[in-house]
Design a protein around this ligand. Structure first.
Ligand SMILES: [Zn+2]
Length: 204
């Protein structure tokens, strides 16, 4: 692996939430490929999910990081890696939920996870904005287009609750992101326990 990239990944791996989400992705064999764009781009990073009809994107998706002078300080890009990996995690939570929907004879743990998923994320992310409204009705209403949207809210919640944002980048009232991040990590913990259940015992 690229030396700069491995320094960046080493840095962000110090973060406990990053450890949790990457453990989860690994347990689902769904760790996205991480690449540094050869050219500088207008965003810090992107996550590309596999789209129907595009065989070039692997099922776990691809994270691309911007090539700003190759990041002499890996800490500068760590929040972006966490953000993009949260997108990958959200995609897997949706996949896992959809898999369980097909499964007959669900366990209690599976039912708990599904109930919590329906409360926090919902079909097509429909519950994300209502969840934000619970923490801040004004913000949920005002920012419905982007920052509080089903696509971006969880990624920002985890990024901003783990890394201090400069004032011009604090999009949400201070309590919104930490509150939402806490809910997401509880859901992830359930998802991980469901996932662990599905691994057949080894060596028997
Ligand atoms: Zn994003």
């Amino acid at each position: 692996m690229d030396q700069i990239l491995s320094r960046i990944l080493q840095k962000v791996s110090e973060n406990p939430d990053y450890q949790s989400i990457t453990n989860y992705l690994r347990s689902r064999s769904a760790t996205p490929q991480v690449l540094i764009n050869p050219q500088a781009t207008s965003t810090h990073g992107t996550f590309t999910a596999p789209l129907f009809g595009n065989p070039n994107i692997p099922p776990a998706g691809v994270v691309r990081l911007n090539n700003y002078a190759n990041y002499s300080n890996p800490s500068d890009i760590a929040p972006t890696v966490l953000h993009e990996m949260t997108h990958a995690t959200q995609m897997q939570l949706v996949n896992q939920y959809n898999e369980l929907k097909q499964k007959p004879n669900k366990t209690d743990l599976e039912k708990q996870f599904m109930g919590n998923f329906e409360k926090i994320i919902g079909e097509q992310g429909s519950m994300i904005n209502p969840q934000i409204a619970k923490f801040s009705p004004k913000f949920a209403e005002k920012q419905v287009g982007y920052r509080a949207s089903g696509d971006e809210a969880l990624a920002f919640a985890l990024e901003n609750s783990n890394y201090k944002n400069p004032p011009d980048k604090s999009y949400a009232p201070p309590h919104v992101d930490p509150s939402f991040a806490t809910e997401l990590m509880l859901l992830l913990d359930q998802a991980q326990r469901v996932q662990n259940q599905q691994i057949p015992p080894q060596g028997r």
